[in-house]
Design a protein around this ligand. Structure first.
Ligand SMILES: *Cc1c(COP(=O)(O)O)cnc(C)c1O
Length: 374
């Protein structure tokens, strides 16, 4: 079976992991400090805070910004549901924004349109642009629109560690940036996440909210506010340190493979069967998703590919198709995200794959799509 992706843990990761477990310092140890520091300098940010997951990073960001029931938050309608769940979990109202058909991400235009057509009672307080599948969103113009409307910007860069926009990294343009180290991302610590910001006050709040509200002062411990426990363990951090060093090389390999997919898939594009994603510079290619023509039943394509030993999946979710989210889809034009949710097909992608693997994927995809014509 050609899997959708593979975890890339190497011997030095395992050696560090064993070292932590043998040391007995499982939670507050040297690798959390080291990983956090390395991530901060990789991203060139003032404050980097490790947390237990990408979802925890997003949730803490909204809490730190005091977003609650009187607020509405703009989110893309095509993403992993965590982006939108956290908005509901702090009591705020999601406002769904359509995405672009080839980058799968929110644009400054779709954001401006959603703001203009918004008619709800809650006041618009923040926007969460998602760098979908590692695509480097146009943060300069998105931030400009956001600031014109007095909105906080929380970047969901869960798939986009290492994505670049201009001379800066994705996740460092907004007030807060959030990352994930889930096994489906390019580097992993099992579960894990990161919050970054250049705002000292926000960083202090996030530290408190992450760790029981604990404030240390001259060896004295105060519980300043009610907090969660969203810490990362030291053995998780030990897994991340070596992978971070390999990240840029892995992104370069993924970029080559994405270019190869484009060549191999060209015949299917020419006959109108599929549409390809934009080959934007600075992409991490966490996921390579194509769009099937409406002639094909996507779920059946996934099933038939599976029977040929190729694992594919739907990529991301159309949020307005989720039952408990449907009430938020009434006034916006969500045509593109609905189409992506219906016909998106994520193909196998991993830095460890060879061009031959991709050739085999495309060969089998062509067989399956030809079968629909028969
Ligand atoms: C993976 C992902 C998340 C959630 O990250 P976890 O670490 O799994 O909690 C959030 N947003 C997006 C866009 C993601 O892809």
């Amino acid at each position: 079976m050609i899997k959708i992706s593979k975890v890339n843990i190497q011997q030095d990761d395992i050696d560090r992991l064993v070292e932590v477990i043998e040391s007995g310092n499982l939670v507050h140890g040297k690798y959390c400090n080291l990983f956090q520091e390395k991530l901060g300098s990789y991203l060139s940010v003032d404050h980097s805070i490790l947390v237990s997951s990408g979802t925890a990073a997003l949730y803490l960001s909204l809490l730190a910004l005091d977003i609650g029931p009187e607020h509405a938050v703009l989110v893309p309608n095509f993403t992993f549901p965590a982006t939108v769940n956290v908005v509901k979990l702090v009591g705020a109202t999601p406002v769904l924004v359509d995405v672009d058909a080839t980058t799968y991400s929110m644009t400054s235009e779709s954001l401006a349109r959603a703001i203009k057509s918004y008619q709800g009672d809650q006041s618009l307080k923040a926007v969460i642009p998602v760098h979908e599948f590692g695509f480097p969103s146009d943060m300069i113009n998105i931030c400009q629109v956001a600031h014109r409307h007095d909105l906080y910007v929380v970047e969901d860069a869960a798939c986009a560690l290492g994505a670049t926009i201009g001379d800066k990294k994705a996740g460092t343009y907004g007030d807060i940036g959030c990352f994930s180290f889930h096994p489906r991302k390019v580097i992993t610590t099992g579960e894990g996440g990161l919050v970054v910001t250049s705002d000292q006050r926000l960083a202090e709040r996030i530290e408190l909210l992450k760790n029981h509200g604990i404030q240390r002062d001259d060896g004295r411990v105060d519980f300043a506010i009610p907090g969660h426990n969203f810490r990362l363990t030291d053995f998780q951090a030990a897994l991340g340190v070596g992978q971070l060093e390999r990240l840029d090389g892995w992104i370069a390999s993924r970029t080559q493979l994405a270019t190869k997919y484009h060549q191999l898939l060209q015949p299917l594009v020419e006959r109108g069967s599929i549409y390809l994603p934009d080959l934007t510079r600075g992409h991490t290619w966490q996921t390579y998703m194509i769009l099937l023509s409406e002639d094909f039943n996507r779920d059946l394509v996934i099933k038939r590919l599976r029977s040929l030993n190729v694992e594919t999946n739907i990529g991301a979710q159309c949020i307005s198709s989720i039952v408990h989210m449907q009430e938020y889809s009434q006034t916006q034009d969500l045509t593109v995200s609905r189409r992506l949710g219906k016909s998106g097909l994520a193909l196998p992608m991993c830095e460890a794959y060879s061009e031959e693997t991709l050739t085999s994927v495309v060969h089998n995809l062509t067989l399956v799509l030809d079968g629909f014509g028969a």
